[in-house]
Design a protein around this ligand. Structure first.
Ligand code: ADP
Ligand code: MG
Length: 211
């Protein structure tokens, strides 16, 4: 691996092994920027285009800093569509394959009882669409109190799709969260408003020209 590769970051062996197995050796620019942060305790706004590797940009530092073992939800990723949620869950699965943590996917149109079982079985990473995730929060099937990291992925698309109330409902139910990271390709007014309300002193990273 060369000097710019994942091996030059202080990543745990389990993550380096998973990356190697997948054949990923060099971080993308957004991954580089996030991994270079001095600490991961702050809130974060990241602007980068589709296809730039944002999923690993949040999963790598979150998994790097996770104490093990864990057996209840710690990380919640909110995605605009079922397909994107499932894609992110698959990425979380291969990346965490050597870490003995499991992933639950909470999306509409799929069996509720399967989702409840995966939560009961100890899912640590939860990836969901806003509507179905809020449903689980309201039913008490998603235990919110242990979730320390919330990722709002594709924030602009989630708001475009009309999920503002659901996002607010979920965020209001997670007052104990330690970090809220917003990923968005664009920052229209609605996204700025949401970030003002729910992020505190966020660090901004932008990989877009007008950012
Ligand atoms: P975004 O969320 O910015 O649209 P993704 O996180 O979905 O982008 O990544 C796009 C694709 O690039 C995915 O197939 C992902 O597995 C791949 N990918 C991400 N990071 C790397 C990397 N460092 N090296 C090679 N492929 C990568
Ligand atoms: Mg993405």
């Amino acid at each position: 691996m060369n000097d710019n590769g994942f091996a030059s970051y202080e990543l745990r062996e389990e993550l380096l092994l998973a990356l190697k197995k997948k054949g990923f050796s060099i971080p993308t620019p957004v991954q580089e920027k996030v991994l270079a942060l001095e600490n991961f305790e702050t809130d974060l706004i990241v602007r980068a285009k589709t296809g730039s590797g944002k999923t690993l940009a949040f999963l790598l530092p979150l998994l790097q800093n996770m104490d093990l073992p864990q057996s209840s939800p710690r990380i919640l990723v909110l995605s605009p569509t079922r397909e994107l949620a499932q894609q992110t869950a698959r990425e979380a699965e291969w990346l965490s394959r050597y870490m003995d943590i499991s992933v639950a996917t909470l999306v509409g149109g799929l069996d509720m009882s399967t989702q409840i079982r995966s939560l009961k079985d100890g899912a640590v990473i939860v990836v969901g669409t806003p509507g179905r995730t809020l449903d689980h929060v309201n039913r008490g099937t998603l235990r919110a109190d242990g979730i320390h990291s919330v990722i709002l992925d594709e924030g602009d698309h989630m708001l475009d799709m009309g999920f503002r109330d659901e996002l607010e409902g979920i965020l209001d139910a997670l007052p104990q969260r330690e970090r809220t990271w917003l990923f968005s390709a664009t920052m229209p007014r609605e996204v700025r408003e949401l970030s003002k309300k729910y992020l505190s002193a966020p660090v901004s990273i932008s990989l877009v020209e007008d950012g």
